[in-house]
Design a protein around this ligand. Structure first.
Ligand code: 9UX
Length: 68
């Protein structure tokens, strides 16, 4: 299991948090996704054999947020 922290721009409310966490946890291979609104980050634990960081970034961008 791997752990990474992504910097995401534009997440400001609880719905943003839910959108980003939901989009990530829908992906196969992602175990947990936890947004910190104050920091503008999302901590992700995942299986690197099943999902790439690029796939996570795409899923976040599809929700309308930019990755830093
Ligand atoms: Mo809340 Mo986030 O009204 O893009 S859903 S700021």
């Amino acid at each position: 299991m791997e752990q990474t922290t992504l910097q995401v721009q534009g997440m400001t409310c609880g719905h943003c948090k839910a959108s980003v966490e939901g989009a990530l946890t829908e992906l196969k291979g992602i175990t947990t996704a936890e947004v910190d609104l104050d920091k503008g980050t999302v901590d992700v634990s995942f299986d690197e054999k099943e999902v790439s960081v690029e796939a996570m970034e795409d899923a976040i961008e599809e929700q309308g947020y930019d990755i830093q």
